[in-house]
Design a protein around this ligand. Structure first.
Ligand code: NAD
Length: 337
């Protein structure tokens, strides 16, 4: 596993994954293909500019010419696809880019990787493809796919394409499905960085519905270690779930954030629920634990405190990102709060 093509490496999870690879494997050579959408930020990896094991290519995974020529020029041992439109609320406003990047982009990558006999392909997917749980039970890798948002439907479609390439062509692909990530470098439209940034400025924290939706939170580095384990030890054709063993209602996490930030609960503002909002996600990751030797290493409270500190210590990163496109979207979604 020497030469790896990472797509979407300027986003939240991809940039943390590249940081992990370059720090753990001195011989590794990473090419990062990223379109730099509103969510892609070169600053996330600026410490690696000029690093001999790191190359950035600006480009779109839906562009077959570009992707094929990249795979012609370098003999990659593996392709890991993080590139995606990743925000559920944006998919409700306009699903078009989700279909293009998440589905068509995956097909372009699969075709190019297959043509170039790449040894391993990892599709980074989400627990949201399984749909919603009631108060009991966990998603396993056998849970039927039943997505409820345009985002999760586009991710599920990509997973099914990957599955079809495994079964039709014997293509050596692996799918990973993970629960909600938190940690440094997450775009502040997602719940945890949004609420930290708003609370810091004494702005209201918009909580959907009654805040009773449950998510399982995992530190991004635990997820990245899981993807690394799937890449190096996973069996082609298999699906591996990753989760953080940290289920929480949105309102519980909101109150915890306010407590850790020493801000009043009066900042909470209940807003109209997201249409089709999944009630609960919870993951059974025993397969990854037993077959990949992976386990969660970050205790949720500790990870959350460190994450808060990272956002408080990096106000320039947050402020630069919160201008331009992010502001337009934020105002459309939440008005002038
Ligand atoms: P992100 O939105 O932070 O980053 C996505 C990256 O992909 C950005 O750098 C963006 O510029 C790039 N990109 C978008 N369209 C592209 C295109 N057409 N061509 C090339 N690059 C493109 O997303 P994230 O939170 O880091 O998520 C990464 C992956 O992990 C996604 O596939 C997502 O579905 C999956 N995932 C995310 C979570 C989570 O909690 N964030 C959980 C499970 C799975």
């Amino acid at each position: 596993m020497k030469r790896i093509l990472v797509t979407g490496g300027c986003g939240f999870i991809g940039s943390n994954f590249i940081r992990l690879q370059l720090s753990e494997y001195p011989e590794i050579e990473i090419t990062n293909l990223d379109k730099l959408t509103y969510a892609g930020n070169l600053e996330n990896l600026k410490e690696f500019e000029g690093h001999t094991g790191y190359q950035f290519v600006k480009g779109d995974i839906t562009d077959p010419e570009l992707v094929h020529s990249l795979l012609d020029s370098v003999s990659f041992d593996a392709v890991i696809n993080f590139a995606a439109e990743s925000h559920v609320d944006r998919s409700i406003l306009d699903s078009g880019p989700f279909i293009q990047t998440n589905i068509v982009g995956t097909q372009v990558l699969l075709d190019a990787a297959r043509k170039h006999d790449v040894n391993r392909y990892v599709q980074v997917s989400t627990d949201e493809v399984y749909g919603s749980l009631g108060p009991e039970g966990l998603f396993t890798e056998q849970t039927p796919i039943a997505p409820n948002s345009p985002y999760s439907a586009s991710k599920a479609a990509a997973d099914l394409l990957v599955r079809s390439y495994v079964n039709t062509f014997g293509f050596p692909a692996i799918i990973t499905r993970c629960s909600n990530n938190y940690g440094p470098y997450q775009f502040p439209e997602k719940l945890i960085p949004l609420f930290i940034s708003n609370a810091r400025e004494d702005k209201s924290l918009p909580v959907y519905g009654e805040g009773t939706n449950v998510r399982d939170w995992i530190h991004v580095m635990d997820h990245c270690r899981g993807i690394d384990a799937a890449l190096r030890k996973g069996e082609p054709g298999q699906v591996y779930n990753f989760g953080g063993h940290a289920e929480m209602q949105n309102i519980e996490i909101t109150k915890l954030l306010l407590k850790l930030l020493d801000k009043p609960e009066s900042l909470i503002e209940y807003v109209t629920d997201r249409p089709g909002h999944d009630l609960r996600y919870a993951i059974d990751c025993s397969k990854a634990e037993s077959e990949l030797g992976w386990k969660v290493e970050t205790d949720f409270q500790t990870g959350l405190k460190e994450t808060i500190d990272w956002y408080l210590d990096n106000p320039e990163w947050v402020n630069r990102i919160r201008t331009g496109k992010y502001r337009e979207y934020y105002e459309q979604q939440y008005g002038n709060r």
